[in-house]
Design a protein around this ligand. Structure first.
Ligand code: CTP
Length: 410
């Protein structure tokens, strides 16, 4: 596995909520990806999870008290505040959110937040009624306005028996968020509405067969998670893939190119500043769908009649007052020539191209390399994880969008 949090320093602050029982797992997920994790328990959190377990999984001392002479001698709280690249608070209880909003410094964790310049992220976890209370929502909004990243909560079954929003995101999702935040500490797409299409499309032939392709959807999903980390409101139109939804993303599942076309246009119609077509859309579909399973007839071969699918990217690029558009192209040869011709033919603002067949890159891999073309030239993004590639690409997109707003307003 690629160690994408290698060298990153994370303070994991744990609030006194039942979801704290997931904290050791979260520490593992973060350290597996290469991060150094120092755990800080808020007052009373040790009643839900023991410092000893957390120390064992993180391999580093766990801090609990602000006024602990031994801990202060090892690494003082100001030093710890400076050490962190990211302060991730999970679970963040209603009480802890209120104290953070109030700028309290009444225990080690709240003091660290005040004393640090690191990115701060909170993963709320509480009863759904407490989450829906105007006081909590007000605190969360105030923290978000101050630049604190709010991760979740998810909706579902709660420890108290209730059902609804207020569940802490799962450790894997939080580790993904941490990775995104470590790359995208400055939100470059704040307030923008982004639509991303990802994965393959399946074109049904009969009730048991379809035409598909090898796209895994990983690049599009990484872009969706990265766009959320950059402050965007994200709709992800996903073809059939086996990936979990990045936190904070509004996902619409589709199967065929036609369904993807309709879902993308529906999302674009309700407001879209940026469209990224990362899906491997099938260019053709069977001309006819057989209601019953097709049968062999003797030893003869078979010819399949195909009809063309709509070009989703080109149709979005052609919208009046449409969004900034970014396309992808996977090519086996003449990368620049094909990419430039697609950029012009589809009239998109930017096109990210990659060569198919490089070892460790492409369809089902976790990494890729891209050359990004636009009217001003090209930029090469060398081989790296798709998560980090997604952030680099979004920074290029944000730069280009800033540039095009400037030239339009001139
Ligand atoms: N695309 C699309 N709708 C299609 C085909 C492609 O939106 N029906 C988008 C893809 O999501 C991608 C870009 O167009 O962003 C380029 O896809 P690609 O398959 O490389 O382009 P094609 O036009 O199909 O060109 P070709 O198959 O000839 O290489």
């Amino acid at each position: 596995m690629e160690l994408t949090l290698e060298g990153r320093r994370i303070v994991l602050g744990i609030g006194a909520g039942i979801a704290a029982y997931k904290a050791p797992q979260l520490v593992r997920r973060l350290t597996e990806r290469g991060a150094a994790v120092r755990v800080v328990l808020s007052s009373s959190a040790a009643q839900f999870v023991t410092p000893l377990s957390l120390q064992a999984v993180s391999g580093l001392p766990v801090s609990t008290d602000l006024l602990d002479p031994a801990a202060e001698a090892a690494m003082g709280h100001i030093e710890l505040a400076r050490w962190a690249d990211l302060i991730l608070i999970a679970p963040a209880t209603a009480n802890l959110l209120a104290r953070l909003r109030g700028g309290m410094a009444d225990d080690l964790l709240t003091t660290l937040v005040l004393a640090s310049r690191a990115t701060v992220a909170v993963a709320p976890a509480m009863n759904q009624q407490m989450w829906a209370h105007p006081a909590t929502l007000d605190n969360v909004n105030a923290l978000a306005d101050r630049g604190v990243r709010v991760l979740g909560p998810a909706a579902g079954q709660q420890a108290c028996g209730d059902e609804g929003p207020g569940r802490m995101l799962e450790p894997d999702q939080l580790a993904d968020c941490a990775e995104h935040l470590c790359y995208g500490s400055e939100p470059r797409l704040r307030g923008l509405r982004v639509v991303i299409s990802a994965g393959p499309t399946f074109e049904d032939l009969d009730p048991v067969r379809f035409l598909g392709n090898r796209s895994s959807g990983k690049m599009g999903f990484a872009l969706a998670g990265a766009a959320v980390a950059h402050g965007a409101e994200v709709t992800l139109v996903a073809g059939p893939v086996a990936l979990s939804t990045p936190a904070g993303v509004n996902r619409v599942d589709v199967r065929s190119a036609e369904q993807m076309h309709n879902a993308v246009h529906e999302a674009a119609a309700s407001g879209c500043d940026l469209y990224i077509g990362a899906a491997a859309v099938a260019d053709f579909k069977p001309s006819a769908y057989a209601l019953n399973k097709l049968k062999k007839s003797g030893d003869e071969g078979m010819t399949l009649a195909l009809a063309q699918n709509p070009d989703i990217l080109a149709s979005v690029a052609a919208l009046e007052n449409g969004p900034f558009t970014v396309g992808f192209a996977a090519e086996t040869e003449a990368l620049e020539q094909h990419a430039r011709s697609k950029l012009e033919r589809k009239k998109v603002h930017m096109l990210a191209a990659n060569r198919v067949g490089r070892p460790g890159c492409g369809f089902d891999a976790d990494s890729n390399a891209l050359t990004v073309y636009d009217a001003n030239g090209e930029t090469t993004l060398e081989q790296q994880s798709k998560v980090s590639l997604a952030h680099r690409l979004l920074v290029l997109v944000a730069d280009a969008m800033d540039g095009s707003t400037r030239s339009e307003s001139r």
